[in-house]
Design a protein around this ligand. Structure first.
Ligand code: ATP
Ligand code: LTN
Length: 330
C-alpha cells in the first residue's frame, strides 16, 4: 500500500473568516481531504503577535474550529487541532530560530506590512512569525501546504530552513511544496481593489465575512468600488475592481472568465454585482446553517480538539525527538 502524502495548513483565530480565506485556502483544504493525509491547525500562537483580550481569543479559537467544520473539514478524515495544545511547535521554533538569518526575516513582506500597521507594537514575535510557521509545517513531514498567494514567501523560507538543516544533519525534514489555487488565490478588498481582502480590516464593507447574512452580502457587493466604464471585462491593471469581482464569481460558480464576459455583455455593473452577491450568498448559506448548530455543540468541539491534540502531538513528538538527537541534545 502506498502511503498518502501529507498536507498541513493553518489559520489564525483573529476573527470570522472572510471570503478570501475561504476561496484562497479553506475550499482547497476541504477538496484535498480524501486524497491526502491532512492535518489542519488553528494557529493560536501566531495570533499573539497582535494584542487580543483573553476572552476574545478564547471565543475566536472555538469559533474558528466550528468554522472549519462548517466549511466541510471532517474530523473523521483529518487531524484538527489547536497549535498551543502541542508544545513541540514552540520547542522546534526555538531551534529553527538558530538556523534562520536576520537577513532572511528582514525580507519578509508580511512583516514589513504588519509592522507599518502596528507601529506601537513591533514585537519580536512579529519578526520571527515565519519561523513558527516553518516549525508547524516541518514537524509533520509535510509534502503540500494549501495557502493563498500571500503565504508563498513564508513557504519558501520554510523550504530554505529545511534544506539548510538537512544539509547539516542528513534527511530530517520533508521539503514542503506550496499548493496555491489558480483562481481565488488573492481576493482583493471590495473597497480598495489594490489591497488584499483581510479579516482585520477596520472597514466592514471591505470584506465579506463567512457569516454575513445574504442581504449584507448583496449590499456590500453593490457598494464595491469599480471603475467609470460599463463593460464587464477582465483587466487587472486597468479594472482591478471588476476583475476581482469576476474572480470571485468564477470561483463560486465555476464559470470561466470568458463565459462571464459573455454573460454580461451589454448589461451594466448593477446586474453583474447583483449576480455576484447572490451567488456568494448561496455558497455561504449552508456553511452558516452548520456553523450555528456546531457552536451549540460545545462538548463535541472539545472532543475534536482533545483527539486532534493527541494525534498531532504523537507525530510532532517523533520529529522533535529526531531533531534533538541530531543536534546533540540527547
Ligand atoms: P489577518 O487579516 O488577521 O492578517 P488573514 O485574513 O490574512 O488574517 P490568515 O489567518 O492570515 O488570514 O490566513 C489564512 C489563509 O487564508 C492563508 O492561507 C492565506 O493565504 C489565505 N488568505 C488570506 N487572505 C486571503 C485573500 N484575500 N485571498 C486569498 N487567500 C487569502
Ligand atoms: N502564516 C499563515 C498561517 C499559518 C500557516 C501555518 C499556514 C501559520 N502556520 C502553517 C500554513 C502552514 C497566515 O498568516 N495566513
Amino acid at each position: 500500500m502506498t502511503q498518502k502524502k501529507r498536507i498541513f495548513s493553518g489559520m489564525q483565530p483573529t476573527g470570522i473568516l472572510t471570503l478570501g480565506n475561504y476561496l484562497g485556502a479553506m475550499r482547497n483544504w476541504v477538496a484535498l481531504q480524501d486524497e491526502y493525509d491532512c492535518i489542519y491547525s488553528i494557529v493560536d500562537l501566531h495570533s499573539l503577535t497582535i494584542r487580543h483580550e483573553p476572552k476574545d481569543l478564547r471565543q475566536y479559537r472555538i469559533s474558528l474550529l466550528a468554522q472549519y467544520i462548517a466549511c466541510g473539514i471532517d474530523p473523521e478524515k483529518c487531524i484538527l487541532f489547536m497549535q498551543s495544545h502541542v508544545s513541540a511547535h514552540a520547542e522546534l521554533t526555538w531551534i529553527l530560530n538558530c538556523y534562520t538569518y536576520m537577513g532572511e526575516l528582514n525580507r519578509m513582506t508580511q512583516f514589513k506590512e504588519k509592522a507599518a500597521k502596528n507601529e506601537s507594537n513591533i514585537n519580536a514575535g512579529l519578526f520571527t512569525y515565519p519561523v513558527l510557521m516553518a516549525a508547524d509545517i516541518l514537524l509533520y513531514q509535510t509534502h503540500l501546504v494549501p495557502v493563498g498567494e500571500d503565504q508563498k514567501q513564508h513557504l519558501e523560507l520554510a523550504r530554505d530552513i529545511a534544506g539548510r538543516f538537512n544539509g547539516l544533519y542528513g534527511d530530517v525534514f520533508q521539503i514542503p511544496e506550496p499548493y496555491i489555487p489558480k483562481v481565488g488565490a488573492r481576493i482583493m478588498s471590495l473597497q480598495d481593489p489594490e489591497s488584499k481582502m483581510s479579516k482585520s480590516d477596520s472597514n466592514q464593507n471591505a470584506f465579506i465575512s463567512l457569516l454575513d447574512p445574504p442581504e449584507t452580502i448583496v449590499r456590500k457587493f453593490k457598494r464595491a468600488v469599480t471603475d467609470s466604464e460599463t463593460v464587464v471585462r477582465f483587466d487587472i491593471e486597468n479594472k482591478p475592481g471588476i476583475s476581482n469581482l469576476m474572480s470571485i464569481y468564477s470561483s463560486v460558480t465555476g464559470k470561466s472568465l470568458e463565459d462571464i464576459e459573455r454573460e454580461f455583455e451589454g448589461k451594466g455593473y448593477g446586474d453583474f454585482k447583483l449576480a455576484v452577491g447572490e451567488a456568494v450568498a448561496e455558497t455561504l448559506r449552508p456553511i452558516q446553517e452548520r456553523y450555528k448548530d456546531l457552536l451549540a455543540s460545545r462538548d463535541y468541539l472539545e472532543d475534536v480538539m482533545k483527539e486532534g491534540a493527541e494525534a498531532a502531538g504523537y507525530i510532532a513528538g517523533k520529529t522533535l525527538n529526531k531533531v534533538y538527537r541530531k543536534i546533540g541534545l540527547r
